[in-house]
Unconditional design. Structure first.
Length: 390
């Protein structure tokens, strides 16, 4: 227990304050789209139901998946089995408890190694600071007043991000004359006519060990911001396979498949960051033959971002572009000199857009930090004046 409590406050554990109950599974067929009862999972509201598991106000805490998330249900609710629910007494505000648990960032108590999980004993042991009842109401009101302003501010920032994304699409569509007639001297070709297309090597148990283990890239290493080397795996490539699948600076790597149409064909340029690195068959490689490699990158970036690669892919749940699909994909080819002009213009415009986007994301991070600060002040007795005896 701590000794720096504000006057009139007490500190007890969650288990001492209320019972921690497991949520209950709810079959999909039992859910009612227009039912009056909200159904909560660890990620929040997931549907509606006609009957309630909990009639009283409750604090709902993520147990699995989004472990440690906190939601407050002031009306009858149905927490499902990925959650716990905490019934509060009439002397404790559900919102006061909910905001306090949110301030404690319960997810850091996750000790699992697979699916993020919060153990019941760990939740029950969490210390909770209780203010006098009237002060709880004033603290909640102050928090929500500050949060309301932050919500409006952050909504404006997210609108800016959406506008920036729309602008990027517009810039790309204009640069490559999408859905328009091509200018004179431009040619409509297939990617296989201007670049060599290769599919990476399939991963199989026989390659998990050997005398020639080498690093290789897979789809997880290709992001919209370039190559990510945080998690590079290895497998055995003999001399012949190494010659076929070795990456060279300037190679363009594309995601071969994705469940999202706008992620299929996502490109990144390999610049030789790791010596003797190869690539797996979740990636396709393009090596420019009769086209400016930067122009090819930006065209593929456009085709991925607009979902055109995804539309050309095979499959239902997972869209596969494939080697042949990429080779046959149409490309609008500008004259060589104009290719360089288009690349320079796109690089400049996207650099400016990225700088604006970075500023907006930094502002969102500051907003998140300010929320944490408001909660910290609220539960240390610094957000509202102390009025003992009320």
């Amino acid at each position: 227990m701590t000794t720096d409590l504000p006057p009139g406050w007490t500190e007890i554990t969650v288990a001492e304050l209320c019972d921690v109950k497991y949520g209950k599974a709810l079959r999909k067929k039992d859910r009612a789209e227009n039912g009056p009862v909200c159904v909560y999972g660890s990620a929040g509201l997931v549907g509606h139901h006609n009957s309630a598991l909990v009639d009283d106000p409750a604090v709902i805490v993520g147990r699995k998946g989004n472990a440690g998330s906190v939601w407050v249900a002031e009306k009858p609710s149905w927490p499902i089995d990925t959650t716990y629910f905490l019934r509060v007494s009439s002397s404790t505000s559900a919102r006061f408890l909910g905001y306090q648990l949110e301030s404690l960032e319960l997810g850091v108590r996750d000790s699992s190694t697979t699916i993020p999980s919060l153990r019941r004993p760990d939740l029950e042991a969490v210390p909770v600071r209780l203010a006098p009842q009237s002060e709880q109401a004033r603290i909640v009101a102050a928090i929500e007043e500050h949060f309301s302003r932050l919500d409006a501010f952050e909504a404006s920032l997210r609108s800016s991000l959406n506008s920036g994304a729309a602008l990027k699409l517009s810039i790309l569509r204009t640069a490559f004359y999408l859905d328009q007639s091509l200018p004179e001297r431009w040619e409509q070709k297939e990617i296989g006519e201007v670049a060599d297309v290769h599919l990476g090597r399939q991963r199989s148990p026989q390659h998990h060990s050997g005398s020639q283990m080498r690093p290789y890239l897979r789809a997880a290493n290709v992001t919209w911001d370039g190559i990510n080397l945080d998690d590079v795996k290895e497998m055995n490539f003999d001399t012949s396979d190494f010659k076929t699948f070795r990456l060279h600076p300037g190679d363009l790597l594309l995601n071969e498949a994705s469940g999202s149409p706008n992620e299929v064909g996502k490109p990144a340029v390999w610049r030789g960051e790791i010596e003797d690195c190869c690539f797996q068959n979740t990636l396709l490689r393009l090596q420019s033959r009769d086209i400016d490699p930067d122009y090819l990158y930006w065209y593929c970036y456009m085709a991925a971002l607009t979902g055109r690669f995804g539309e050309a892919g095979r499959g239902v749940n997972i869209r596969h572009l494939g080697k042949q699909g990429l080779a046959r994909f149409p490309i609008a080819v500008a004259p060589r000199a104009e290719q360089k002009e288009i690349v320079a213009r796109l690089q400049e415009q996207f650099q400016q857009s990225s700088e604006c986007e970075t500023s907006v994301r930094q502002a969102l991070e500051r907003g998140h930090a300010l929320r944490r600060s408001i909660l910290t002040q609220g539960f240390s007795g610094q957000l509202v004046s102390q009025e003992l005896g009320q």
